[in-house]
Design a protein around this ligand. Structure first.
Ligand SMILES: [Zn+2]
Ligand SMILES: [Zn+2]
Length: 256
């Protein structure tokens, strides 16, 4: 179902947030705007974040009891939109939670799930620069080491089809001083084994890190392993549906 971005004649984005989670526009408005962005296919992927210890939704997550209404609304958009609309979800990976997520989503016909990591042992990696400032250099390294371990575990859980914004701890440009090439290779091997697709998430170009998720070096490693790549904008409003797509396709043209 996921279109590989090597086929540059058609544009798609499977990572879109509506007002059901932390986006600012409605599903209808986003679906209507997709046409003006020359998107040939879109997928909605609002957040489902059941943070431990008691798995419960964070403020920017769809509430589990509202999932059926989100699904209904995306299905209505499928009917009314001139382009194909896919039903997806961006789900946070927390260790030991795969079964809870699978049970919760079983009644619904989700076409794909994006697996993302926004929390590393309770630390919100993409929330604010101030939170990173409180960490020592050793703690920064720990967050990265643990992040790559969680990515591998997420792939091994066989719960998701897409890897969301791989490499996101770099968002606020707090870089590790240690080399995590080995951990990254292990995570990419697990992603390849699981048959997952990695997104080239363009949102990072607008953040302090000033590069896409994942970095060019990691993208190259993913491509070397035969992992499919798909471009997505991680849009939270209509105007961003294809943000930085030109850069993404330039980058892919160089890598393939
Ligand atoms: Zn995310
Ligand atoms: Zn997202």
């Amino acid at each position: 179902m996921i279109r590989n971005s090597k086929d540059c004649t058609t544009l798609s984005s499977y990572h879109i947030h509506s007002s059901w989670s932390d986006g600012s526009d409605s599903i209808q408005a986003l679906a209507a705007a997709a046409h003006w962005h020359n998107l040939a296919e879109i997928g909605f992927s609002d957040h489902l974040v059941l943070a431990p210890p008691v798995p419960g939704p964070v403020s920017w997550s769809i509430r589990p009891e509202s999932l059926h209404r989100y699904v209904e609304e995306v299905c209505e958009a499928k009917e009314s939109s001139p382009i194909p609309v896919r039903l997806g979800l961006e789900v946070d990976f927390f260790p030991g939670q795969a079964e809870i997520v699978r049970d919760l989503l079983k009644p619904y016909a989700f076409e794909y799930l994006i697996g993302s990591i926004h929390f590393v042992d309770g630390f919100p990696v993409d929330e604010s620069s101030e939170q990173w400032e409180t960490l020592t250099p050793a703690e920064v390294n720990d967050v990265y080491r643990r992040y790559w371990g969680l990515v591998a575990d997420m792939a091994r859980s066989r719960t998701f089809q897409l890897v969301g914004h791989l490499d996101v701890p770099k968002k606020f440009a707090f870089r590790p001083s240690e080399d995590f090439s080995k951990e990254i290779a292990t995570a990419l091997d697990a992603i390849a084994d699981a048959g997952m697709t990695v997104e080239l998430n363009t949102a990072g170009w607008g953040k302090p890190c000033r590069e896409a998720y994942p970095s060019e070096a990691i993208l190259r490693e993913a491509i070397n392993r035969g992992i499919p790549i798909v471009v997505s904008a991680d849009a939270h409003r209509k105007a961003d549906l294809t943000q930085y797509y030109d850069r993404a396709f330039e980058l892919l043209a160089r890598l393939y």
